[in-house]
Ligand binder design. Structure first.
Ligand SMILES: N[C@@H](CCC(=O)N[C@@H](CS)C(=O)NCC(=O)O)C(=O)O
Length: 305
């Protein structure tokens, strides 16, 4: 069993991205299911204010954002192609686009009765109202350019056209085997096709076959544990050693805030202990679990001394 713990919820596309990666990587992992919206009091000691999902944990190290999570999965499974930075620049540019603009277009245009029915099966009407309110508030504070619904529907169709042609002569988007791009493109379409059952995806046979191929890898070997067990694990570990690095020049050892730059921009405060070209690591002393380290990708995040 790898020591990786994933804090996630079923309806979260970015969680689905990681679950699918864990399947391709063939890893055993531990699962903690969290609510679809804050407050998440048993995750807060680990995430330290970071509100997005999923979050991964290895001992007392907490990985925020699927980019740092993918890096850990790549390392644990010896599948470097899962980490974006190991992919060619063309692939990285594709991932940047699909993980933000295409994701938002797919999520916002997916809403329909089927999706509502499925969400209501798992929660109450009151919780559904709270969820919609939470997402509206998150959207109103976001720093991403908003497109109208017509434009977003067009974006989804253009994206599907593009994938269909990329898959014309090969099983995966960039060749014979998957890389990080496949999982980034997959999760938003999973939300459209498998959750909302939107008819638009049906018209794309190669895209459907590719999604089925990714799903055939499974989701690895999952063991459910409780949030309290995850907290115990953090409490019984110390953060791992960090690389000797000071990419920002002189900030190591200083108190900093790190927050996503796009949406869900709640900051996490701590002492900067590593600053590499790819990531920032801060340590925090938490009253419940003791010292934990939070890892953030540089891309898509902002650091303030
Ligand atoms: N860039 C983030 C995006 C994560 C994200 O947007 N997650 C959504 C769920 S799929 C989220 O956190 N929504 C708000 C919430 O669940 O509280 C990543 O790659 O992990």
């Amino acid at each position: 069993m790898s020591e990786l713990i994933l804090h996630h919820y079923y309806f979260s596309p970015f969680s689905e991205k990681v679950r699918a990666m864990l399947g391709y990587a063939g890893l055993s992992w531990q699962s903690v299911e969290v609510r679809e919206m804050p407050p998440r009091p048993l995750l807060a000691p680990l995430a330290g204010g970071y509100r997005k999902i999923p979050v991964a944990q290895i001992g007392a190290d907490i990985f925020c954002d699927t980019r740092t999570i993918a890096r850990e999965i790549a390392r644990l499974s010896n599948k470097p192609e899962l980490a974006m930075e190991n992919c060619p620049e063309e692939v990285q540019a594709f991932i940047r686009e699909v993980d933000l603009d295409v994701f938002l277009a797919c999520i916002i245009t997916a809403g329909n009765r089927t999706l509502l029915r499925k969400v209501l099966k798992e929660s109450s009407l009151l919780d559904l109202c709270k969820l919609l309110w939470d997402r509206m508030r998150m959207g109103s504070k976001a720093k991403v350019k908003a497109n109208g619904p017509g434009k977003m529907k067009r974006m989804v169709r253009e994206h599907l056209d593009r994938l269909e042609s990329m898959l014309a002569n090969q099983p995966f988007l960039f060749g014979e085997t998957p890389n990080a791009a496949d999982f980034s493109a997959y999760h938003s379409l999973w939300f459209q096709r498998d959750l909302a059952e939107q008819p638009v995806v049906k018209g794309y046979p190669k895209v459907n076959a590719w999604m089925d191929r990714l799903q055939a890898f499974g989701q690895g070997n999952r063991t459910d544990i409780s949030a309290e067990q995850a907290l115990d694990i953090a409490r019984n570990h110390s953060p791992r050693a960090v690389p000797d690095s000071d990419h920002d020049g002189g900030l190591i050892g200083q108190a900093v805030n790190i927050a996503p730059a796009d949406y869900g921009r709640e900051p996490v405060s701590g002492t900067l202990v590593a600053s590499t070209p790819l990531e920032w690591v801060i340590v925090r002393d938490d009253a419940t679990v003791g010292q934990v380290a939070n890892h953030f990708p540089r891309e898509g995040f902002a650091l303030r001394p």
